[in-house]
Design a protein around this ligand. Structure first.
Ligand code: FPP
Length: 245
């Protein structure tokens, strides 16, 4: 059990981030360094993810959102896109087994329009299978883009205005939030990006407004539960003011 290890006792369990977002970057470079095809980096990345979700759930983290496939990732070679889609499909199909007994509730966030019918059916099936679990909520950002999500929310509000259900002058933050894929979930408290890049890449633009960002040099497949603990420790060392003094 991780928290019995000496190195992890410094985590303050009363000050955990409720929602962690992860940009799992560096799979391709990880594979290249080992003379492997990029797909092997994604495969290793999926394995790393299982361990991180298990650990986050054990710790009592309530929400974790992982960037699995962005709206821009369609620009990659077809072979890589197909591999990623198959990997995601397998992950969803095996979710019951791989995360068995771990009480993980799985949701997919992002636009379903461009996804295959088979993928959409599987997402619904996995979401339904895991919906009554009360452990960590794992949002898999799949065909997800932060701008697309905001457009999606704006369209909903425009429809409401058009139908006379809403006055434009009365629109609030929470009306916009109600149209996000993460409706009813807390904002991201801690955002982690691996592989040394320091940008958002269209990830959860609204929800990371007050997130603490931690950038890790390691590539995603090398990211271990102890690295997650280290990120949480860094988070706990930051002074969060939310615009106050
Ligand atoms: C970014 O690394 C990673 C992705 C675009 C895919 C992330 C997917 C996984 C970790 C595995 C599948 C996920 C699930 C939920 C099963 P990159 O390919 O851009 O790496 P590079 O910058 O080194 O080229």
């Amino acid at each position: 059990m991780l928290f019995k290890k000496k190195q992890d006792t410094s985590i303050d369990m009363s000050n955990l981030p409720r929602h962690i977002g992860i940009i799992m970057d560096g799979n391709g470079r990880w594979a290249k360094k080992r003379g492997l095809p990029r797909s092997m980096g994604h495969k290793a990345g999926a394995e790393a993810l299982k361990k991180i979700v298990t650990e986050a759930n054990k710790m009592g983290i309530e929400y974790i959102t992982v960037y699995a496939f962005s709206t821009e990732n369609w620009k990659r070679p077809k072979e890589e896109v197909d591999y990623l889609m198959n990997l995601l499909m397998d992950y969803l199909i095996n979710a019951e087994k791989t995360l068995a007994g771990e009480n993980v509730r799985i949701r997919a966030i992002g636009s379903r329009k461009e996804l295959s019918e088979e993928m959409c059916r599987q997402i619904e099936k996995t979401e339904n299978l895991t919906k009554d679990r009360d452990g960590i909520v794992m949002n898999i950002a799949l065909n997800y883009g932060g701008r697309e999500e905001l457009v999606h929310s704006a369209r909903r509000l425009c429809r409401m205005v058009k139908n006379g259900e809403l006055n434009p002058d009365d629109i609030t933050d929470s009306d916009i939030e109600d149209g996000l894929y993460t409706v009813n979930q807390p904002d991201v408290d801690l955002l982690i990006r691996t592989s040394g890049e320091q940008r958002l890449s269209n990830f959860m633009l609204w929800q990371v407004s007050y997130a603490e960002m931690v950038f890790v040099k390691k590539a995603w497949p090398d990211f271990k539960p102890r690295d997650l603990c280290e990120c949480i420790r860094i988070f706990q060392g930051r002074g969060r003011r939310f615009g106050a003094i």
